[in-house]
Design a protein around this ligand. Structure first.
Ligand code: TXA
Ligand code: MG
Length: 320
């Protein structure tokens, strides 16, 4: 059931009191708190179990509301915002006077976006302010794409969860930094190709060891099941080997990829948008089924495939 007007009003009250709201967005559900209150933002860190020093994305209701949160916004960043907001794009910009060092993880920059979801936009409009919102999962876990996922993961650590249906994009926003040359910090819901066509040139890539965006820590987005990422034509062989060791095995593959009968098939669509939309639900399903191993076929690195491959790579990395 989608949040009613009364639910939204209640959530706004909770925000005004410094509380935490599970808020649907088009990418994943966010854990929202008043961005202008350090006490409220501190509660986000506690609820997630997230180390401080990890910046939180500031969400505003429209592109022209970024000023004050950010300053010295380069024209190219404005162009991106105008073209793609509301939408799954986060811009990292020089930090303005409205953004506290806590929101920005002690940096001189702030991450900011306009979410494209009617419930989130209604919350922001009625709140008439900005909310800080990381994904509404415990630190290092798979991001939630339904209200039920948020409740499963955070329980009573969140004051209210607004139901806005399943997130339609399914992977987090693309993050582009405008501190220095335009740089891709995280592939996400807006394909890099689209951003580059609007900018009229290539984005720089953050160095592999760059820890400037904690979402880029290697072992994020991890389910309990061990994730293995292989080429599509190696999936069947790898599954057979794992079955031979007595493991319960799932395969996250497109419908046209063959897997042995004893393997639980968690289909990934040939349609890339659908594959992104269902990715986190599939990772959660692997855990619900108690699978030991999930063998995933490596997607092409174009369009949304780049974000899917990125999340699967991080899910496969285990140093937690
Ligand atoms: O789609 C999304 O972006 C979702 C929804 C809820 O909006 N939010 C999200 O937040 O993914 P979170 O906290 O899970 O990931 C935020 C990422 C982190 O990697 C963080 O480091 C980066 O954004 N970030 C935020 N502000 C930054 C800054 N000033 N400099 C560098 N990275 C920043
Ligand atoms: Mg997250």
């Amino acid at each position: 059931m989608t949040a009613s007007d009364a639910d939204i009003d209640h959530a706004v009250e909770v925000l005004r009191r410094g509380g935490l709201v599970g808020m649907p967005t088009e990418t994943v559900y966010g854990l929202a708190a008043d961005a202008s209150s350090d006490a409220a933002i501190r509660r986000i860190y506690e609820a997630k179990g997230r180390p401080s020093g990890h910046p939180v994305i500031v969400h505003v209701g429209a592109a022209d509301l970024i000023d004050g949160w950010a300053v010295d916004v380069p024209p190219a960043a404005r162009r991106l915002g105008e073209a793609l907001w509301p939408g799954p794009l986060t811009l990292v910009l020089p930090r303005g006077p409205l953004a506290s060092p806590l929101v920005s993880g002690g940096r001189d920059s702030v991450g900011i976006r306009v979410p494209d979801h009617p419930v989130a936009l209604a919350v922001l409009e009625r709140f008439a302010g900005a909310v800080g919102a990381p994904s509404a999962n415990r630190f290092g876990r798979v991001s939630p794409t339904t209200a039920a996922d948020v409740v499963d993961d955070l329980g009573d650590r969140v004051d209210v969860v607004l139901d806005g249906g399943a997130s339609v994009v399914g992977v987090e926003s693309t993050i582009v930094s405008f501190v220095g040359a335009p740089t891709l910090l995280r592939p996400g819901g807006v394909p890099v190709e689209l951003i580059e066509s609007i900018l009229g040139g290539p984005l720089a890539s953050a160095a592999a060891d760059d820890r400037s965006a904690p979402g880029t820590l290697p072992s994020h987005y991890a389910p309990d099941a061990r994730v293995e990422l292989v080429e599509a034509d190696e999936v069947a062989d790898r599954c057979r080997t794992l079955l031979g060791t007595g493991s319960s095995v799932g395969a996250l593959v497109r419908d046209d990829v063959e897997v042995p009968d004893a393997v639980v098939r968690l289909s990934s669509s040939v349609d890339e948008a659908e594959a992104a939309r269902t990715l986190y639900a599939r990772l959660r399903e692997a855990d619900r089924l108690g699978l030991d191993v999930l063998v995933a076929a490596r997607p092409d690195l174009t369009g949304l495939g780049r974000a899917i491959a990125d999340r699967l790579r991080r899910a496969a990395h285990r140093d937690r």
